[in-house]
Design a protein around this ligand. Structure first.
Ligand code: ZN
Length: 218
C-alpha cells in the first residue's frame, strides 16, 4: 500500500526520470530511464585525482547537460527525492573504486543556516543513501562554521581558497583519530572545499582522507 507521502510524490513528480525529466513507467519513485542509463556521462575509472590534502577523489559522473540540470533541481529546487538515485550512483562508485580503503563514511556539511533555509543538506542525503547501500554507518565528522560565504558566489580559485580557509571544524577529534575517512560531496570543481575538509580532518588526527562525489567538472 502506498503511503500518503508516496501518493503526493507521484502527483508532484509523476515518475519522471531524474536526469532527462521525461515521464517513465511504471509509476513509482523518480529513477533513471533506460535512455539515460545508456548515455549518462559516466567517468572512466572514477576520474581519480589527487588533492593537496586528500589522497584521492573519485566521481561518478561529469557535471554537464542533464546531470547538471538534475543536480540543480536537487540542490536548489527542493527535489530531495533524487537522493536515493544519487546515493546509489555514489555507492556503486565507492564499491568499484574505494572498497577496503576507508574506515568510516562522512560528508561535507552545509552550515546550520543554509541547512535550515534549504530544509536539507544535499551531500548528507546522498551520503546517507550511499552508506545505507553499502551497509555502513554514516558518521558526522565536520561542522561548517557560519558566516562563510557560499562557495558558488565567489569567483576565481584563489578567492575561493581564501574564502573557505578554516571554514570547517571537527565535531569529535577522538572519533576521527587514526581513521581512514571517506568524505562524500555532491560536486567537485577545483577540489578546494574537499582539500580544506581533508586538511581539517588530518589536523585532528585522521590517518587518511579519500573523497567520492556524485559529479565532477571535466
Ligand atoms: Zn532519462
Amino acid at each position: 500500500m502506498s503511503r500518503p507521502a508516496d501518493i503526493l510524490l507521484d502527483l508532484v513528480y509523476p515518475t519522471r526520470c531524474v536526469f532527462c525529466h521525461g515521464f517513465i513507467a511504471p509509476p513509482g519513485r523518480p529513477r533513471i530511464c533506460p535512455a539515460c542509463q545508456a548515455k549518462l556521462p559516466r567517468t572512466e575509472d572514477g576520474r581519480r585525482r589527487k588533492g593537496d590534502f586528500f589522497s584521492e577523489c573519485v566521481s561518478a559522473l561529469y557535471y554537464e547537460g542533464d546531470v547538471r540540470e538534475a543536480i540543480h533541481r536537487y540542490k536548489f529546487g527542493g527535489v530531495q527525492v533524487y537522493a536515493p538515485v544519487f546515493g546509489e550512483l555514489v555507492a556503486s562508485l565507492i564499491y568499484e573504486q574505494l572498497e577496503g580503503e576507508y574506515d568510516l563514511i562522512s560528508w561535507v556539511p552545509l552550515d546550520r543556516g543554509r541547512r535550515r533555509s534549504r530544509g536539507y543538506d544535499q551531500s548528507e542525503l546522498i551520503a546517507r543513501n550511499a552508506a545505507a547501500r553499502l551497509r555502513r554507518e554514516l558518521t558526522p565528522t565536520l561542522v561548517k562554521r557560519r558566516g562563510v560565504r557560499p562557495q558558488s558566489r565567489t569567483g576565481e580559485p584563489e578567492k575561493r581558497r581564501a574564502n573557505i580557509a578554516d571554514a570547517y571544524r571537527v565535531k569529535d577529534p577522538a572519533a576521527v583519530a587514526g581513521k581512514r575517512i571517506l568524505l562524500i560531496d555532491d560536486i567537485v570543481t577545483t577540489g578546494a572545499t574537499l582539500s580544506e575538509c581533508a586538511k581539517t580532518l588530518l589536523l585532528a588526527g585522521a590517518e587518511d582522507v579519500r573523497c567520492a562525489t556524485l559529479a565532477s567538472t571535466r
